[in-house]
Design a protein around this ligand. Structure first.
Ligand SMILES: [Zn+2]
Length: 309
């Protein structure tokens, strides 16, 4: 009986995970151009000088030739497009890159696909490679938010997520960098760093002005309701809300809608990027848990080291 010809195909993507197999092999997890999750065996990848193994290093952007296998497919050739080694230049950069990779790996594991996820993931890794250690936590939070927004959970930030009233007449005097779960900062309206940041990057109330808008002294963010909610709707909100400063709201918008180069420039001019990440990270974590049911071991690890650093 003639043996059926095995199917050979190509896949391009970024290596998110490597698992040892046997003496010298590896199983790699790739995020492909469709935003899909692909696992394959790389035989002999851990042998010294393996060319294919070298192209399949963690965070490598590569083009693979694969042979369809019975359970897992086999990588028969690999061409390196970009090694993305800069995101592992420091220990903290490695920890930060691991958070992005674990998140993308978990998001794509369920079989969902989105062609924007690979470019977003590659852009995040590139940005982490350019960042100072002090900027990493903000960039990690921004990366999580960008991906969460892209895969269907973009938060409502312009109007109340429940009644639709516009959120206007916001005053910068309302800066409250604290949320109800106690995670937050000691920052207030007089904090020099935040004022420096808000002046330079126009975090003031430029978008306010509708006469019939809802006045907000403090904003509230409800992940379950899908975004910012007004005082009137607060009693109808399903769960605990996060108190949000005007700066916090602007930061979420910047994180989701700005390019990484813009975020890096903003951080380079920020006197204390830690304050910004303390505003952004609780929102990113909450959205990840509530919308996707995802908790990341790598994020706990990263946060522990970031706080020590
Ligand atoms: Zn409302």
């Amino acid at each position: 009986m003639a043996k059926a010809a095995s199917k050979i195909y190509k896949a391009t993507g970024v290596v998110l995970k490597k698992t040892k197999l046997g003496e010298t092999d590896l199983i790699i997890t790739l995020l492909d151009t469709e935003g899909k999750h692909l696992q394959a065996v790389v035989k002999g990848a851990r042998k010294p000088g393996s060319r294919i193994g070298c192209a399949c290093e963690l965070y490598s952007h590569c083009e693979l030739t694969l042979n369809q296998g019975k359970s897992l497919d086999i990588v028969t050739d690999a061409r390196l497009i970009s090694a993305n080694r800069a995101c592992c230049s420091s220990l903290m950069q490695s920890f930060a890159a691991a958070v992005v990779a674990e998140f993308v790996e978990k998001c794509s594991r369920d079989g969902g696909s989105d062609q924007r996820i690979l470019p977003l993931c590659l852009a995040a890794l590139t940005a982490l490679g350019k960042a100072r250690d002090a900027d990493l936590e903000f960039l990690v939070a921004a990366s999580l938010l960008k991906i969460i927004a892209q895969i269907g959970f973009r938060p409502e930030l312009e109007q109340c997520a429940i009644c639709g009233d516009s959120l206007t007449d916001i005053s910068d005097s309302s800066i409250v960098a604290k949320n109800e779960s106690g995670v937050g900062t000691q920052a207030g309206a007089n904090n020099e760093e935040l004022l420096h940041f808000s002046t330079k990057y126009d975090l003031k109330t430029s978008e306010a002005g509708e006469a019939n808008g809802v006045s907000k002294s403090t904003l509230r963010f409800s992940t379950n309701d899908g975004g910012v909610i007004c005082d009137k709707c607060l009693p109808h909100s399903q769960v605990a809300v996060i108190k949000l400063s005007v700066t916090g709201l602007r930061l979420i918008k910047l994180a989701i809608y700005s390019r990484y180069e813009e975020l890096l420039q903003m951080l380079a001019n920020c006197a204390n990027p830690l304050l910004l990440s303390q505003l952004l990270m609780p929102i990113a974590k909450e959205m990840m848990v509530v919308h996707l049911g995802i908790q990341l071991k790598s994020l706990q690890f990263f946060n522990t080291h970031a706080q020590q650093g």
